[in-house]
Design a protein around this ligand. Structure first.
Ligand code: PMP
Ligand code: GLU
Length: 422
């Protein structure tokens, strides 16, 4: 029997006719990442010759430090171009374990760590490993826009715990307890992120200890997204799994994207309870498989050089950090001095999440500004500045302004924003 061609089965049309396949309900519901979309749009406008300064992208403008890039190049020329173990090479996993031990005082066994194609991929597999249909996962909002779709793809349901600017955009015990109750007996887990995207909030050990007590009392698991660990400017960084009794309940996700200016290499890693990490590995064996062997070699060099205290890499990273401190000052000073704009100074990451809602209702360039999307559009079209509308993070009052760009570009962009609002 001859197979029926796919197009006829799906459309009922005749062979050769144009058909439009209907995408799944899940795909329709999920949509494209709002942060990624801003960048795509910005690149397209630049391609058309527009002069755009980007304060949108969530990535450092620095190049990957040379010795790390060279390790990647060596991997290509020395034949490290084949599949590796799904959970990552033994060398990289050993480096990840040493990193967790040195920086976070977290001791993970060999089979309690995994590497994947970016923290994004690792967090997704952690959710797939932890979430059953209809399970409720608490996500503090505003949040990185990929958490809710990832929970949805895993079959779970998100309950948002609203973060308040007046409390530094930090999850409180009361906020967490009421979100757990909203889950009506189905709340299983929580996603934490410190330093936080988009608000820059950094949790102290004391604040995390109070949250850990609720996690323990309510028998929850947590995914702690620590991708901005090395961009902590004020206060000390705390890894959630180090709080009492959290080690067995927490998957700690991290990566080299922000720590070593390696976003394009797509390399993230996680440590966590053995059963969860092994489930992540099994899932990954069917989805992405091992992350790029070349990126693994580069990431291993990054972690090893950092662990060994390589003076050249240490100096490069110190310079990057100093530059970020200056940029934060500039961004906060300029944005805070704009009329009717309010912000909470970020203690980490590289974003200012500023409230522009007092400008809503105004008419700018002949168009009434109704919310953050309109304002971001206005700034892109009329000021040549890309920002991310707060609505993609779940807070329509704000714009996210990235300061991971040169002080010159940042100054130009901030002047343009001032002019566009006046
Ligand atoms: N978590 C947060 C909060 C992020 O902002 C990002 C974006 N870089 C990621 C995870 C994913 O990072 P990666 O490049 O390692 O996939
Ligand atoms: N995380 C970055 C951001 O928030 C990069 C884009 C993404 O992964 O969402 O802009």
């Amino acid at each position: 029997m001859r197979a029926v061609p796919d197009d006829r089965r799906s459309s009922g049309g005749r062979r050769g006719e144009r058909v439009t396949l209907r995408v799944s309900r899940l795909a329709q519901r999920v949509g494209h990442s709002g942060t990624m979309a801003v960048d795509d749009r910005m690149q397209a406008l630049r391609g058309l010759g527009h002069d755009i300064v980007s304060l949108g992208a969530g990535q450092l403008d620095f190049d990957t430090p040379a010795p790390i890039g060279e390790a990647g190049a060596r991997a290509i020329t020395s034949g490290q171009t084949r599949y590796t173990p799904v959970a990552g090479t033994a060398g990289l996993r050993a480096a990840v374990r040493s990193k967790f031990e040195r920086d976070n005082r977290l001791l993970y066994a060999e089979d309690e760590v995994i590497v994947g194609a970016g923290a994004k991929n690792v967090i997704f597999h952690a959710l797939l490993a932890l979430v059953d249909p209809e399970d409720v996962v608490i996500v503090p909002v505003p949040c990185w826009p990929s958490y809710p779709p990832m929970v949805a793809i895993a079959g779970g349901r998100v309950v948002g715990a609203r973060l308040d600017a007046r409390r530094g955009y930090k999850l409180t015990v009361e906020g967490l307890v009421s979100a757990v109750a909203e889950g009506r007996g189905r709340t299983r887990g929580l996603i934490l992120n410190s330093p936080h995207n988009p608000t820059g909030a950094v949790y102290s050990a004391e604040e995390y200890a109070r949250i850990a007590e609720v996690v323990e009392g309510e028998n929850l698991w947590a995914i702690s997204d620590e991708i901005y660990e090395h961009l902590t400017y004020d206060g000390a960084f705390t890894s959630f799994a180090t709080l009492p009794k959290m080690r067995e309940r927490v998957v700690t996700a991290n990566g080299v994207s922000k720590a070593f200016a390696m976003t394009g290499w797509r390399l993230g890693y996680a440590g966590g309870p053995r059963a969860v990490v092994r489930a992540m590995e099994a899932l990954q064996s069917h989805t992405s498989g091992n992350p790029s062997s070349i990126s693994q070699a580069a990431a291993e060099a990054a972690l090893r050089l950092s662990l060994d205290g390589d003076p050249a890499l240490a100096e490069t990273r110190r310079a990057m950090f100093q530059a970020m401190l200056q940029r934060r000052e500039l961004a906060c000073r300029e944005l805070a001095s704009l009329p009717d704009v309010h912000l909470v100074r970020p203690a980490g990451a590289f974003y200012v999440f500023a409230d522009f809602s007092r400008h809503f209702g105004r008419e700018l360039s002949g168009k009434k500004i109704q919310g953050s999307t309109d304002l971001a559009e206005h700034l892109l079209e009329h000021a040549g500045v890309a920002t991310v509308p707060g609505v993609v993070f779940g807070d329509d009052r704000c714009l996210r302004v990235s300061f991971a760009t040169s002080t010159e570009e940042l100054s130009v962009a901030l002047q343009r924003i001032r002019k566009a609002l006046s």
